[in-house]
Design a protein around this ligand. Structure first.
Ligand code: TMP
Length: 418
């Protein structure tokens, strides 16, 4: 079901240093569909280790992808913020990378086809690669050509036989999920045209550390990247970094644009890349002590949330949550918060509703529940969408409802007192 990863997945170093142990936790996206399944939940160790050679942080174990991704409930399209993000990415690639040319754009782990729809709207030819059967089916039904499989060399070869080389390959929020990154990039080298570009978006480890986003550490996220690490990885696979952009989405993401070494059509932003590397060094990102501090901050947030919730419960007040996101599930489990303290979790994803949160066993409900049975406090687990969530729950705050935001530090919002 899982195996222990004893060496660095990028540079092979065996001298890895553990720095954060979040205990045994269930899989954050494996929602419990029937209450009878509660007793059969599987728990896996959640420990992060640091490679002092290339500065990669990675999980100490790898859970079998077939267990993690067979039926994946995460739907990209649920958030307006994400739609806007995809639209901007497609427009950026269209104008700056493709320079107005119509291209063949392939998206790896295309989810429900959110990004590809934006490419299609700009007249590009598109193809999604999506391992989850339910999501591949969903995106095909909306008119997005989708190949249902994991990305690897074999998939790249198959696609090349049936289609052509890709002008653009995107992989947003998937790189961190991949165990064999070397094979992943061998596949990119097969499918990417000589003058094409490969663009990834991944959570940025510098931001995770800066904002204490320890709840974004869960079994699907195998690796936590810095630019230094990515540069080492790409250089092993005939890819050079052209440019890097920092984006606010998902609590702090980096977009990294790469091309094959032989491609000199676009200029390299060397100054920009060096700035990232210098900042990483100056912020202690190549020093194990920085990572050990994350453990201290995580424990501090855990004890603050736990005592805040215990105090609220002592006053016989009610608490609910918003956003059954993987990070939310992780936070609840790490902080030992369960169905005895929280009435329900609101989530707008229809597939999540009527399920139970892994580990904490809190029922997941639609927004209607907030109207019918408003709590005194709403803990926003999907804190990366806090603004969007607060604005869609104006009715709740206008009736005196309060919010708790857990990350980067525990904060209380009491609109009624203003
Ligand atoms: P994410 O941070 O992993 O993208 O997950 C966000 C979760 O929050 C996901 O389960 C969907 C949920 N959500 C809503 O239910 N309503 C909303 O308006 C937003 C922004 C998110």
């Amino acid at each position: 079901m899982f195996y222990e990863k004893k060496s660095c997945r990028i540079c092979g170093n065996k001298g890895l240093i553990p720095y954060l142990d979040m205990g045994n936790t269930p899989l954050a996206n494996s929602l419990i569909v029937r209450s009878s399944e509660i007793n059969n939940e599987k728990y896996f160790p959640l420990v992060v280790v640091y490679c002092p050679t290339c500065s990669l942080s990675q999980l100490s174990i790898v859970v079998e992808p077939s267990i993690l991704y067979n039926h994946y409930i995460y739907h990209s399209s649920i958030s307006k913020t994400f739609h806007e993000h995809c639209k901007q990415l497609a427009e950026y690639i269209s104008s700056i990378i493709l320079k107005g040319k119509i291209g063949f754009c392939v998206d790896i782990a295309s989810n429900d086809g959110c990004l590809l729809t934006k490419f299609k709207n700009l007249s590009h030819k598109v193809l999604g690669i999506e391992p989850a059967k339910n999501l591949a089916k969903l995106s095909i039904s909306t008119g997005i050509d989708t190949y249902n499989d994991f990305w690897n060399k074999k998939t790249a070869e198959k696609i090349l036989q049936s289609y052509s080389h890709a002008d653009i390959i995107t992989s947003t929020n998937v790189f961190a999920h991949v165990d064999n990154l070397h094979e992943f990039l061998e596949g990119i080298n097969i499918l990417l045209s000589e003058d094409g570009a490969f663009i990834i978006e991944v959570p940025y480890m510098s931001e995770l550390i800066k904002k204490n986003e320890f709840d974004t550490i869960y079994h699907e996220h195998l690796s936590y990247f810095l630019i230094k690490t990515l540069k080492i990885l790409f250089e092993k696979h005939n890819l050079k970094i052209l440019d890097i952009q920092k984006l606010p989405i998902h609590g702090g993401t980096i977009r990294v644009i790469t091309v094959k070494y032989s491609n000199n059509n676009l200029s390299i932003n060397k100054k920009g890349i060096d700035k990232f590397l210098n900042e990483e060094d100056n912020n202690g990102m190549y020093d194990i002590h920085t990572y050990k501090n994350l453990d201290i901050y995580a424990k501090k947030i855990k004890s603050e949330i736990f005592s805040l919730i215990t105090n609220i419960k002592r006053q016989n007040k009610r608490i609910s949550c918003y956003g059954a996101s993987a990070k939310g599930i992780t936070l609840l489990n790490y902080c030992k918060i369960n169905y005895r303290m929280i009435d329900y979790i609101i989530d707008d994803t229809p597939q999540k509703q009527n399920c139970f949160a892994p580990g904490s066993h809190i029922p997941i409900c639609s927004l209607k529940k907030l109207l019918e049975s408003p709590p005194d406090y709403l803990l926003i687990l999907a804190w990366n969408f806090a603004e969007e969530i607060m604005s869609k729950t104006k009715f709740y705050q206008n009736n005196g409802g309060k919010y708790i935001i857990p990350i980067p530090e525990v904060r209380l919002y009491e609109y009624s007192s203003k």
